[in-house]
Write a protein that binds this ligand. Structure first.
Ligand SMILES: NC(=O)c1ccc[n+]([C@@H]2O[C@H](COP(=O)([O-])OP(=O)(O)OC[C@H]3O[C@@H](n4cnc5c(N)ncnc54)[C@H](O)[C@@H]3O)[C@@H](O)[C@H]2O)c1
Length: 257
């Protein structure tokens, strides 16, 4: 499916990361991988993970820093020449921003940090990588339905995800003529490090599982499968989309009895 494609995966923290499941599928399907991680805190896990995924190259990159993003892409290009795919699976909001009513917790600083890491970091990576993407390449990011519908406690993250999804459409429109496709995968809730920061996440997970047309929560592996499809040439006609992997949750106005 993605045989011999050279794909950079950004956003691995531990084995529960959605990015880890995406890597599992990409590796099974024949991709050559490189990983970037936020800081030394994640180094031990990343090194072990790389060893079981084709001795993938690993690069440290804090996405709040433009020169580290520049170095990340430079390192990939030195290694590969061209890049066939990028996975951006990154989000962050200070804990006090994703807890309680929005009017009680939103601040200028919290808004700026959330949008910087959860939306601008995607734009920064695409901007830097675009000149080095191959003729039939694909970039994906991860989003959540809180961009479209008000979700308890998600607050400013929902605003940042709306911005991220708009970015997907703008980049896809301007990069399509160069053969670069840009899409987002909107995942249903999955227990991960980032998700655990959202107040009430456990009850969100339980409620969501009961209310999807499929009658269950989705798995990270299912997100990995759809991501691999979007990174492969099987999806060559798809760009600028937000593809939901949420058990169909998004199509309902209310649950049928
Ligand atoms: N878990 C869910 O329920 C869910 C649902 C829909 C969408 N998502 C999205 O999936 C993506 C991945 O999240 P996850 O749930 O796998 O959690 P995760 O905590 O495993 O991954 C988040 C990643 O973002 C990285 N990150 C944060 N700040 C960074 C920075 N300054 N520089 C570089 N990296 C940074 C972290 O190191 C981590 O690897 C996020 O965009 C998240 O919003 C998650």
């Amino acid at each position: 499916m993605v045989n011999d494609k050279k794909i950079l995966v950004i956003g691995l923290a531990n084995k529960y990361s959605i990015a880890a499941s995406i890597c599992d599928v990409l590796y099974e399907q024949g991709a050559e991988l490189a990983f970037s991680y936020q800081n030394e805190r994640f180094e031990k896990f990343i090194n072990g993970f790389a060893a079981t995924h084709g001795d993938a190259k690993t690069f440290v990159c804090d996405l709040s820093n433009d020169s580290e993003i520049k170095d990340l892409i430079k390192n990939c290009v030195e290694n590969w020449g061209e890049i066939d795919g990028i996975v951006h699976s990154v989000g962050f909001s200070p804990a006090d921003q994703i807890s309680g009513n929005i009017e009680d917790c939103i601040t200028r600083e919290g808004f700026a940090i959330t949008h910087d890491i959860s939306s601008y970091s995607f734009a920064a990576v695409v901007k830097e990588a675009a000149p080095y993407m191959s003729k039939s390449s694909s970039i994906i990011t991860l989003t959540y339905i809180g961009s479209q519908e008000a979700t308890p406690n998600y607050n400013v993250m929902g605003m940042a995800k709306a911005s991220l999804e708009a970015g997907v459409r703008y980049f896809s429109a301007s990069l399509g003529s160069k053969g670069i496709r840009v899409n987002a995968v909107s995942a249903g809730p999955i227990k991960t490090l980032a998700a655990s920061g959202i107040k009430g996440f456990k009850s969100m997970l339980n409620k969501h599982g009961k209310e999807t047309p499929l009658g269950r929560n989705i798995t990270a592996k299912e997100v990995g499968n759809t991501s691999a499809f979007l990174l492969s040439d099987l999806s060559s006609g798809i760009t600028g989309q937000v593809i939901y992997v949420d058990g169909g949750y998004n199509i309902q106005a209310m649950k049928f009895d």
